[in-house]
Design a protein around this ligand. Structure first.
Ligand code: PLP
Length: 393
């Protein structure tokens, strides 16, 4: 059966296609740093690419390749490049497309470190960045310069849940031959396929939904074309932000249940969003599954579901946020997202507490904002927990 034409769930289970000579049902962990060649001539061919034999794990490894092929299949891309972390993927993309004298246009409310490296490290190499509200297409048009070499989007954005129209941005970018990269961490390919919407590169923190069990840090880049793949892969290899075979094995195992995990978490999240929207201590809520989301229609168009991430504001601001955090019992008070357990955090007192008021504003962090990643527990228990914590606010 040609897996390229198979459904998403079949790909989740069967993609990868590394044939184990002993017939193992699961691709084994090839826990080795190096691979022996059959002969000097074979070794030479591996290096020139005439033979696709393995050389050295930083360059490639069957366990890692199994995962790379699988995620590439799920994203309908040409190839996957696994990295040690999501930030490994982000930096590999920046390094491949940006250099002395170049400029990048980036979503304003992007994942914190994806922004801060552009502000603190890349300027040393002559790279300039403009952060805009990419939900407003005119802001993108106005930010593009003659030296713009990359448009970098995150949608829905973290933690505002603002949605960027991928199709529309790609039209603007491609008229000027600028590649578009989308951080698809919040959706996973189960809910959104940026390459099908026109993007050139998609990346993930697989730490989140793709692995889904809060026991791995990992990243992945998928390209639409062979040319972009060939541009990116040597950067990952030479930066040394490769994945480890053990990490690849666990991530591949977690990935098998992506669809059923997201279905359950999303069903829970829809009920939790309904509950929060009607709670008297909740000032506002951002969730793409609610009609009150300002881009509800766009979300329906480019995502196949609203996902399992909510941000909401508490009446009572900073103190209310702190009080709620100190009283949750089932939800873990923790950063990260996309795992099977419900996670809650209050950015103003936790992740973003070191930022100045202005810095918080830039990142879309207000004092009352709470971020919730809904897990797969019994939804009655999640709501009961939120209810008793809100009762103490
Ligand atoms: C977590 C995250 C990252 C960074 O990934 P790591 O695996 O922690 O390095 C990048 N983008 C988004 C949207 C994330 O949530």
């Amino acid at each position: 059966m040609n897996l390229k034409e198979a459904g998403f769930n079949s790909k989740l289970i069967h993609s990868g296609g590394i044939k184990d000579p002993l017939g193992s049902a699961v691709t084994p962990i090839y826990q080795t740093s190096t691979f022996s060649f059959e002969s000097a001539a074979h070794g030479a061919k591996c290096f020139t690419g005439e033979s696709d034999g393995y050389i050295y794990t930083r360059i490639g490894n069957p366990t890692i390749m199994d995962l790379e092929r699988t995620v590439a299949d799920l994203e309908n891309g040409f190839g996957g490049i696994a990295t040690s972390s999501g930030m490994g993927a982000v930096n590999t993309v920046y390094m491949a497309y940006l250099g002395q004298g170049s400029h990048v246009v980036c979503t304003q409310a992007v994942y914190g470190p994806s922004r801060s490296v552009l502000e603190t490290i890349y300027p040393r190499f002559g790279v300039e960045a403009t952060f805009v509200n990419t939900a407003d297409l005119s802001e993108i048009e106005n930010a593009i310069q003659d030296n713009t070499k990359l448009i970098y989007l995150e949608t829905p954005a973290n933690p505002t849940m603002q949605i960027t129209d991928i199709v529309a941005v790609c039209k603007i970018a491609h008229k000027r031959n600028i590649p578009v990269c989308v951080d698809n961490t919040f959706c996973s390919p189960y809910l959104q396929k940026p390459l099908d919407l026109g993007a050139d590169i998609v990346l993930h923190s697989m730490t989140k939904f793709i692995n889904g069990h809060a026991d791995i840090v990992a990243g992945m880049i998928v390209t639409k074309t062979e040319a972009d793949f060939k541009k990116l892969r040597p950067i990952m290899i030479n930066l040394g932000c490769n994945m480890d075979p053990n990490q690849a094995f666990l991530t591949r195992r977690g990935l098998k249940t992506l669809a059923i995990r997201i279905e359950r978490a999303q069903a829970n999240c829809i009920k939790v969003a309904d509950y929060l929207e009607n709670h008297p201590k909740v000032a506002w809520i951002n969730y793409p599954g609610l009609k009150s989301h300002p881009q509800y229609e766009l979300g329906l168009r480019q995502m196949s579901g609203p996902g399992a991430m909510i941000s909401f504001g508490l009446k009572g601001g900073f103190k209310a946020g702190e009080a709620m955090m100190n009283n949750v019992q089932l939800a873990l008070l923790a950063v990260s997202l996309g795992g099977i357990e419900t996670l809650i955090q209050h950015p103003a007192s936790m992740t973003h507490s070191k930022l100045t008021k202005e810095g918080k504003e830039k990142a879309g962090i207000t004092d009352e904002l709470v971020r919730l990643s809904v897990g797969i527990e019994d939804v009655e228990d999640i709501i009961k927990d939120l209810d008793q914590a809100l009762g103490k606010v």
